[in-house]
Design a protein around this ligand. Structure first.
Ligand SMILES: Nc1ncnc2c1ncn2[C@@H]1O[C@H](COP(=O)(O)OP(=O)(O)OP(=O)(O)O)[C@@H](O)[C@H]1O
Ligand SMILES: [Mg+2]
Length: 498
């Protein structure tokens, strides 16, 4: 069968970075085609070229065997290409349907919102997605926002749908739902290009896999008959330890102690939470997203009000103290939402590296920033965490998704913390970087520091934690010791059964 889409000899040069280097990609109609590769390998760049956001330095694109030119997303949409970005592009203050009709091709002077809304809801129903067309985007959870993005692309007539790391922000249940939708689209003859770092997912849902390495494409392979180990090696160029070993469990005194903590009522608020994390221990929090994990972290880091109960760090009561006071107790915080809380996109990497400590020695002296130290320190972190960038003056927002995450991780893990609060630390990271970050967290534990790990990936929680606390509706359903780690049991507790 002839391919529906071919990208031939695509090269894209950014200042100082060769993001795509003579890339070839050929995609069959009606298939799900995976694009994989390390952080910064050039996946998003290649797809942004296909969607008309970047123009390639050289190379051509063929649709159904005919060369086409795509100069902007308008052209892409006209050619039946839709894209859901790694970082969504919806306007938060507008409603779902307003976002959908923005830039639709047959917009007349007077827009009949009601008509579009009805058609959009009908389309949603076809794919089993229930969406309120008049809800504001900012009020929707990420999973719902993603559905809006997917439906929007289909509504605009996409025959080829690009999904750039759609599962990175989803819970396992939502991933299952997404896969159903993807299979339905495939059955209708639509073509999907799927980017993901998760080997299991790719092998489950995709027909064909293309790996990019250092900007260059490797020959595609069918997923049938390919193993996780082979894929990992194709991406990284070496064998990857898919499970990191750790030292003996020797817990010490409490670093974090929470007693009967409640937070302001609302969805996901804390309801009588008591918890401790000791030196030399990784406490994993398992739970379906939205069951109080965010409030838990916010209550510890001073970002939400504790209405009753106490939070202590190393014996000191820090209930409702300011975020800065709390971080000064040698607390590192890797936030769930790196864009909102972890970094400032237009700021340079070196500025992002001192966001939380710029006012302190050795980063500052007598009220002036010590740039010499800051620069050296930033260079060191960039090297250690393999943040892929031409230099530390690059804006943080220009880094690839995974490299932004590495920048935040590097800053937080090199602050010599006693307590590390890590929310979804490897979200968006490639397998090599995941391995490294897991090693870092275990290293913190082995050095005698305390780690609180929040993750919706049960595999990750089970393999790293010494104890697991399961959260459900703002409460701790129970704390399990290593001998009690059992997927079925944890799953039951996550659903509210003790
Ligand atoms: N607008 C830009 N300006 C300058 N450099 C860029 C820009 N966009 C991407 N790059 C660089 O191009 C390279 C490839 O980035 P890209 O976003 O395509 O990677 P990726 O494979 O999608 O990685 P990830 O898995 O982390 O999302 C990176 O080194 C990145 O820093
Ligand atoms: Mg990317």
């Amino acid at each position: 069968m002839a391919p529906i889409l071919e990208m031939k000899n695509i090269t894209k040069q950014f200042p100082g970075v060769l993001a795509n280097d003579d890339v070839n990609l050929s995609v069959e109609k009606g298939s799900i085609h995976a694009l994989m590769g390390e952080n910064g390998a050039g996946k998003s760049t290649l797809m942004n070229i296909l969607y008309g956001l970047y123009s390639p330095s050289s190379g051509k694109i063929l649709l159904n065997g005919k060369e086409i030119s795509i100069d902007n997303p308008r052209d892409a949409i006209d050619q039946g290409i839709g894209m859901v970005h790694q970082h969504f592009m919806l306007i938060p203050a507008l409603s779902v349907i307003e976002n959908v009709v923005l830039g639709k091709k047959d917009n007349k002077k007077i827009i009949d919102l009601k008509k579009d809304a009805d058609a959009f809801v009908a389309l949603g129903a076809k794919y089993n997605m229930k969406i309120d067309p008049y809800a504001l985007i900012e009020d929707l959870a990420v999973g719902q926002q993603q559905r809006v993005e997917i439906l929007k692309a289909i509504y605009r007539g996409a025959e080829i749908l690009i999904l750039d790391e759609p599962t990175a922000v989803l819970t396992p249940q939502e991933v299952t739902e997404l896969f159903k939708i993807m299979n339905q689209l495939k059955d209708e003859g639509k073509t999907i290009i799927f980017i993901s770092h998760k080997l299991k997912e790719v092998l489950t849902i995709c027909d064909t896999i293309t790996v990019l390495r250092l900007g260059r494409s490797q020959p595609s392979v069918p997923s049938a008959g390919t193993t996780r180990e082979e894929l990992a090696e194709m991406m990284v160029g070496r064998k990857v330890i898919l499970n990191v070993p750790k030292g003996e469990y020797k817990p010490g005194e409490n670093v974090l102690e929470m007693n009967n903590v409640f937070t302001k009522k609302g969805s996901g608020s804390l309801d009588d939470v008591s918890l401790e994390v000791k030196r030399g221990e990784i406490l994993g929090i398992a739970g379906v997203d939205g069951n109080g994990q965010d409030a838990l972290i916010d209550a510890i880091t001073g970002l939400t009000k504790v209405t009753s109960g106490t939070v202590k760090i190393k014996g000191k009561d820090i209930t409702n103290a300011s975020a800065r006071t709390i971080l000064e107790q040698k607390v590192s915080h890797i936030p769930a939402d790196r864009h909102k809380r972890g970094m400032v996109a237009p700021m340079s990497i070196r500025e992002n590296m001192i966001l939380v400590s710029y006012y302190k020695e050795p980063f500052s002296k007598h009220g002036f920033i010590n740039w010499k130290f800051v620069n050296e320190n930033s260079e060191k972190i960039v090297e250690q965490f393999k943040v892929k960038t031409p230099n530390i003056d690059e804006a943080g927002g220009k880094l690839s998704g995974g490299n932004q995450q590495k920048m935040v991780l590097g800053r937080e893990l090199t602050r010599d913390p006693d307590l590390v609060i890590a929310a979804h630390p490897v979200r968006g990271l490639d397998i090599g970087a995941t391995e490294y970050v897991h090693e870092c967290l275990i290293d913190e534990r082995d050095k005698g520091n305390a780690v609180l790990l929040v993750s919706t990936e049960l595999d990750e929680v089970i393999s790293l934690s010494d104890k697991i606390a399961v959260m459900y509706e703002g409460r701790i359903m129970g704390v399990l010791d290593k001998e009690e780690f059992d997927i079925t049991k944890i799953g039951m507790m996550m659903a509210g059964h003790v």
